[in-house]
Ligand binder design. Structure first.
Ligand code: KG4
Ligand code: ZN
Length: 338
């Protein structure tokens, strides 16, 4: 069967078409597209919610028309992100998906955006996947809005065992980039500059690293960077690169320490990471190193699946269809999770 997925929770308008083979429990991406609004938002230094929904409204109908024109109307279900995210943006996707489901007479599958990030590691480089999950496992979602360690006990049985007490990791990247006038989004810019910096140059703090639980904090680290820049204004590219590399390393150290806590606490041997920050090369290397050293099977999303996309929404819908009977309503009934 074919599933059309729609994602509009923040500043990406995205569509994906997946085919699912229920018998072999395998799925494959047939087509996908992401329109990023980053350029429009970057002049304001971050995402402007009203602009985001306006751009989704402007872009989505044409994108869908083109997508269906290219791939045909042979669609068996529609999956749509229902939250968490920016409410006006979510509504654009949900309204369009509800309408389409009604017109095509197919079921509508509401998907939680964070579940998308949690399961995006299921797809390989060729954008094909199956269900290699061994429960319980840890899903680590590290994005601009969330940083969470989730113990997945069974399909649809989740427990958040660690969460940031303030800023998300990606938010800290974005705010530090702003302090250095690097523009939005900060993650990719900081990680690029960090490549030529010395990660040991500045001893930034690692808040809550040894707190003995899964919780974390990135706000204190962000403030430490702010004070450092105030007291030691960067004089050249090397200074900036050193700040970026030292900050990046502090974030990675905290994230790995918390993963280590969760792995030992819950005795898991499988970890799936996801979310925009997992596009970071140094972070991916650190996670891979940790997994190797500790005999953990690590599922890392293809880089294009780290940041927001509709494929991951389609993957969750596939899991949902595999695990439940497909007699579903084609209305979300307004139960947006925002
Ligand atoms: O998952 P995502 O696309 O959107 C949310 O659901 O939040 O994540 C976006 C976040 C931004 O904060 C961005 O700066 C960060 O992911 N990010 C990165 C990198 N690429 C994106 N952070 C660090 N290194 C990167 N290479
Ligand atoms: Zn996201």
């Amino acid at each position: 069967m074919k599933i059309l997925a729609i994602e509009t929770s923040c500043d990406e308008t995205a569509l994906a078409l997946l085919s699912l083979d229920k018998e072999t429990q395998s799925f494959k991406v047939l087509d996908h597209i992401v329109y990023s609004q980053i350029e429009e938002h970057s002049q304001y230094g971050g995402v402007v919610p009203a602009l985001a929904s306006r751009l989704h409204n402007k872009k989505l109908p044409g994108m869908l028309q083109e997508f269906i024109h290219q791939n045909g109307r042979n669609i068996d279900a529609i999956a749509v992100t229902v939250g968490p995210g920016l409410e006006p943006s979510l509504f654009v996707g949900v309204n369009m998906a509800s309408l389409l489901a009604e017109v095509l007479g197919v079921p509508l599958i509401p998907v939680n955006h964070m579940h998308g990030h949690m399961f995006s590691g299921l797809l390989n480089e060729a954008l094909e996947g199956s269900i290699p999950l061994s429960y319980p496992f840890i899903a680590y979602t590290i994005s601009g809005g969330h940083t969470e360690l989730v113990l997945v006990k069974a399909y649809n049985e989740y427990e958040i065992v660690g969460i940031t007490q303030d800023d998300a990791a990606g938010e800290a990247f974005d705010k530090v980039a702003k302090m250095l006038n690097l523009g939005y989004p900060g993650g990719p810019k900081i990680s690029k500059l960090a490549q030529s910096g010395d990660a040991d140059a500045i001893a930034f703090p690692r808040p809550m690293m040894s707190s003995g639980n899964g919780n974390m904090s990135f706000s204190g680290l962000k403030t430490a960077v702010l004070y450092y820049i105030r007291d030691n204004p960067p004089q050249n590219d090397t200074d900036i690169a050193n700040i970026c590399a030292s900050f990046e390393q502090a974030v990675i150290d905290v994230l790995i320490a918390k993963l280590n806590w969760a792995v030992n606490e819950y005795n898991v041997n499988q970890v799936v990471i996801g979310g925009g920050v997992t596009a970071n090369t140094k972070l991916r290397q650190a996670f891979e190193h940790y997994a190797q050293q500790n005999g953990i099977e690590l599922l890392v999303p293809n880089k294009i699946l780290s940041t927001d996309n509709a494929i991951m929404i389609g993957v969750v819908a596939c899991l949902d269809i595999i695990h439940t009977i497909d007699n579903r309503p084609n209305k979300v009934n307004g139960n947006l999770v925002v």
